[in-house]
Design a protein around this ligand. Structure first.
Ligand code: VAH
Length: 314
């Protein structure tokens, strides 16, 4: 019985539907700080939950008899950089409440980390699973602290905590909220609707990315992996592809020939992107729980354009 926080977010909205299909809708409780009338709310149990309210968090998990908690509620990198104190409060306070709830309910806990844990002093090509983590963003500080806190709860309280360092995630169902990699999603909407896009990241900015279907499978796979296999439980490097804005534009032009890309750099998000790796090494995830990405840049682009064209069709 799985309880998800942040279930209306970019990962949460697809993960909820994916897990309900796999395990049965009634076994997946979706929670979020707000409510809407999407399929996430309509297709199974939904409750309003502020993850900053530890008592409410724990009671909701207890009422649902949750044996697995997937904690996704958080502020992403760009929003966090604009409001660092709120980001520390929500990202760390929410995670601590998730860890305490998992401890009290004897539940397994998944929470996403990010390539945001890496900083300018980290090796940028084939970034190792074990390497220096000196991020220069509040989001990165939150993710490094979060990984250490999750490991602490495993060693100190035997809470079965697991995490994945997600790269930028690309999906057509729900827009990301305030990330640095959001351009790789926005570009598809603008390409289909306006034939052009203005990138806030400059040419030659390489960032690891992953198509959402690969991310959903990675969460299910790491949570189902035999605990004895896991040496790096918090948290695994994974990646599907690495590209720059102009390489993504070229791939889109294979489907939408008239598409044009311009640039208007956002210094805040450019600085964040420049502090992250260009291409990380996912071999630990492959060796310890069989991670393999199915989507590369051409395959993702084709699927995004097909699915988004249907979704945006008048
Ligand atoms: C962000 N999409 O941009 C998230 C993710 C690696 C990027 O953490 O903040």
């Amino acid at each position: 019985r799985i309880m998800i926080t942040g279930a209306l977010g970019q990962i949460g909205s697809e993960l909820t539907l994916f897990l309900r299909k796999h395990y049965g809708a009634e076994h997946v409780l979706a929670t979020d700080i707000r409510k809407n009338d999407t399929e996430v709310v309509r297709s199974g149990p939904f409750e309003l939950l502020d993850v900053m309210d530890r008592k409410a968090f724990n009671e909701a998990a207890g009422r649902f008899h949750a044996d697995t908690i997937i904690h996704l509620a958080a502020l992403l990198s760009a929003v966090a950089e604009g409001n660092p104190l709120l980001a520390w409060h929500l990202n760390m306070g929410g995670l601590l409440n998730a860890l305490e709830t998992a401890r009290e309910q004897k539940a397994q806990l998944f929470t996403p980390s990010s390539i945001g844990v890496f900083g300018p002093s980290t090796q940028k090509i084939m970034t190792p699973q074990e390497t220096v983590l000196r991020p220069v963003t509040m989001y990165g500080v939150n993710k490094v602290a979060g990984e250490l806190l999750a490991d602490y709860y495993f060693h100190k309280f035997s809470v079965d905590t697991r995490g994945i360092r997600f790269p930028g995630l690309i999906s057509y169902m729900t827009l990301p909220g305030g990330g640095t990699t959001d351009y790789a999603v926005e570009i598809f909407y603008d390409a289909i609707q306006n034939g052009r896009y203005t990138s806030y990241l400059r040419q030659g900015t390489y960032i690891d990315m992953m198509y959402m279907p690969d991310a959903l499978k990675a969460i299910a796979d790491v949570m189902e992996a035999d605990t004895k296999q896991l040496k790096h439980r918090n948290a695994y490097n994974v990646t599907g592809m690495s590209f720059s804005p102009e390489e993504l534009a070229l791939e889109i032009q294979n489907h939408l020939p008239g598409f044009t890309l311009e640039y208007k750099i956002d210094p805040v998000r450019q600085r964040i992107a420049d502090s992250w790796p260009d291409q990380i090494d996912a071999s630990a995830a492959k060796n310890e729980w069989g991670f393999v990405a199915q989507y590369d840049l051409p395959k993702m682009t084709k699927d995004m354009i097909e699915k988004l064209s249907d979704k945006l069709a008048p």
